[in-house]
Design a protein around this ligand. Structure first.
Ligand code: NAP
Length: 391
């Protein structure tokens, strides 16, 4: 009998085939074909680098096996195999062996996975993966509103109603949208991921509907489908996804939100939830857009009192080009005050390219208070206080 091994797998029913895990894996253990994304058991060294970057959580799957599933077998998976019954020798009396090696191996896998990205300690428990490609939630469009005046920058606020279906969400979670029709191979389109921009109890308290922030992309299948939806249309939705990019329920927690463009979606949800709770701590937002006319939620944002949220709206194509990271450095003292506070939670969402600039800004601001940013970031991440979602 082979000694049981833990094997890393990817759930094909949840995965949206964004291939971020494959791009992140430092040892080239992840690959894909037209059907599935798979993990090579001979290469995976359980470094866990792929776990926090997966937007759906489909990456965080583990089985204890006697013989690992081959790549060929994984490419054929339509769903994940159940955990097999595996015979294990009982530990001899007085030995240090654990009583249930399978449970121990699985627990070890999850411990590792949690080591990189964690939810805030006071966050509510997120429900995930309730609906998938084979069993989506059918939602009705309640509204589709244009958010931007710039004629070349069509960003929409789209409200979806799950009706009687249970669809519990928390701020910071995402959903998958399945565009109708088939791809070139005749298969159903895979879901595209969008952040939820409404708070947990709905656009209006107690309505339990959800909203999305969608920019029309030239030639974009899902974005054009969504932006063209009319009231009463129905949409197939998967998810909810995401169990770490969540807000603390602690009303005294300070939120530092840094976003670009439609990366503002989760920040709108956080802000609305804060306004509906009896939160006392001020939020701080750095929000970058090309112009005021292309900044989603510009009007409503302007109405939030400064006591609730200190806003820095910065523009890259009006007068002096300014990015969020430039304003953060200009506001060094205020950001340093937040970094020095153990009750501060950082959220970064938007363009992938912003990450580097924001990291550099945080590095120089940390130095101003005698801290090394990478060390501080590791502590914040470990404590569920540092969250990044960029595409
Ligand atoms: P955008 O309008 O193209 O850009 C927003 C602002 O970011 C512009 O001022 C842009 O400046 C600036 N920017 C460009 N490069 C930057 C950099 N390296 N550092 C800092 N700022 C930079 O943004 P968008 O098209 O809305 O894109 C938003 C991103 O968020 C997308 O990648 C999307 O996938 C992602 N996202 C969306 C959602 C959602 O639910 N819809 C959720 C999470 C993330 P210039 O263009 O003038 O250089």
């Amino acid at each position: 009998m082979n000694k049981p091994l833990k094997q890393h797998l990817i759930d094909p029913e949840i995965c949206i085939r964004c291939y971020t895990c494959e791009m992140t894996c430092p040892v080239g253990a992840i690959e894909h074909d037209d059907n599935n994304v798979v993990v090579d058991a001979t290469k995976c060294n359980f470094c866990m680098d792929c776990i926090p970057v997966c937007p759906t959580g489909s990456i965080d799957e583990w089985r204890v096996v006697e013989t690992p599933y081959s790549l060929e077998q994984q490419y054929e998976f339509e769903e994940l195999p159940d955990q097999q019954e595996i015979e294990t020798a009982a530990p001899s009396e007085g030995s240090d062996e654990v009583a249930d090696p399978i449970a121990a191996l699985l627990a070890e896998a999850h411990q590792g996975a949690g080591g990189k990205a964690r939810a805030p300690i006071s966050a509510a428990k997120a429900a995930v993966n309730m609906y998938n490609l084979g069993k989506p939630a059918r939602m009705t469009v309640q509204g589709n509103y244009r958010l931007t005046d710039d004629p070349d920058h069509d960003v929409r606020h789209i409200i979806l109603d799950p009706g009687a279906l249970p669809f519990p969400v928390l701020e910071g979670q995402s959903v998958g949208i399945i565009p109708p029709g088939k791809d070139a191979e005749g298969n159903a389109h895979l879901p595209r991921l969008y952040s939820i921009s409404s708070p947990r109890d709905g656009e209006r308290p107690g309505y339990h509907n959800i909203s999305l922030t969608v920019k029309r992309e030239d030639g974009g299948l899902a974005s054009n489908y969504l932006c063209n939806l009319a009231q009463g249309d129905t949409v197939n939705v998967t998810g909810p996804f995401g169990a770490t990019f969540l807000m603390p329920n602690d009303t005294k927690a300070r939120l530092l939100m840094i976003c670009t463009g439609t990366g503002s979606a989760p920040m709108r949800a956080f802000t609305m939830q804060r306004q509906r709770s009896n939160a006392t701590a001020q939020m701080t937002m750095f929000f970058g857009a090309r112009t005021p006319d292309s900044l989603p939620y510009f009007g409503p944002l302007k109405k939030i009192p400064e006591a609730q949220m200190k806003q820095h709206l910065v523009f890259s194509r009006t007068g002096d080009k300014e990015y969020v990271q430039d304003r953060m450095v200009a506001e060094e003292e205020a950001v340093a005050d937040l970094l020095a506070d153990e009750n501060t939670y950082i959220y970064i969402c938007g363009l992938k390219g912003m990450e580097e600039g924001v990291e550099l800004a945080l590095t120089s601001i940390s130095e101003s208070i005698g801290q090394q940013w990478t060390a501080l970031r590791d502590v914040m991440r470990e404590e569920g206080r540092y969250h990044v979602e960029t595409y």
